[in-house]
Design a protein around this ligand. Structure first.
Ligand code: PML
Length: 249
């Protein structure tokens, strides 16, 4: 049996809106890994620099092995750019190449730049008009129940290519699940960690990293999934939130 272990940390969670998002994590593990994993998730929740954690929710839930979908890790490339504005222009070009219309890419970027607080999940954006389609306001759609098939092999694989740190490890797994979703054209993400300036554009053809998508010290960041206008949103949300996915390298 495999277990989905999910952590969410917030500040001011007693408020009706569930508080300010601080940190989240997603793993699929065997039963003997749950104890150590939940302890490290609690430590991660408290050590986050984004705010003062006063609420941690950890969910452990069995997942039927036969329901797990296996997906190949997206191929990864890095695109160097001189500064943030060149990075964003290159990210916009990557979105256009994936099929996102220019007004939609602009509207999406503006939404990320206008964020007042970190979001727990992603926004669904029409890839033609730029209209927001998920209706979840400050919460967003949380992509859940995914992991890499072999953590140690994956860490070694990434390190060999010069990719280090937890952000990138989690991001490429999430992006692989999202890129396989029916209706998704491409994803744009840059981190809400003020010390992390990198971001990416991902689509079925790959994960393209941009080391500078925002200035150092800035918190505004998050995820946008650009989707086809005819997409069945309920089915897409169901896949993103509940379909267990193991990514293989
Ligand atoms: C996040 O989860 O904070 C976003 C991480 C973006 C990772 C970009 C990269 O380094 O490839």
């Amino acid at each position: 049996m495999i277990y989905s272990v999910r952590m969410r940390a917030a500040q001011g969670a007693a408020h009706e809106d569930g508080g300010r998002h601080i940190s989240g994590a997603e793993r699929l593990v065997s039963r003997d890994q749950i104890g150590a994993l939940t302890q490290s998730m609690v430590e991660r929740a408290f050590s986050h620099s984004r705010g003062q954690t006063d609420f941690i929710n950890i969910t452990v839930e069995a997942v039927a092995t036969e329901n797990i979908r296996r997906l190949e890790l997206l191929p990864m490339t890095t695109v160097a750019a001189a500064d943030v504005s060149a990075g964003r222009a290159a990210a916009k070009a990557a979105l256009a190449a994936a099929g996102v219309k220019s007004p939609a890419a602009d509207a999406g970027m503006e939404r990320l730049l206008a964020l007042k607080d970190s979001m727990r999940g992603a926004m669904l954006i029409c890839g033609v008009t730029g209209q927001r389609l998920d209706g979840t306001d400050g919460r967003g759609i949380r992509v859940s129940r995914m992991d890499i098939d072999d953590q140690n092999r994956f860490a070694a694989w990434l390190e060999k290519r010069g990719f280090t740190g937890i952000h990138i490890r989690e991001a490429v797994v999430l992006a692989t699940k999202v890129a396989a979703a029916s209706g998704v054209i491409a994803e744009l993400c840059w981190s809400d960690d003020p010390e992390y300036t990198a971001g990416y554009v991902a689509s079925a053809s790959g994960y393209m990293r941009f080391p500078q998508l925002k200035p150092y010290g800035v918190m505004q960041g998050g995820r946008l999934f650009f989707i086809r206008p005819e997409t069945n949103i309920t089915e897409l949300m169901h896949y993103l939130e509940t379909q267990p996915v193991l990514v293989v390298t």
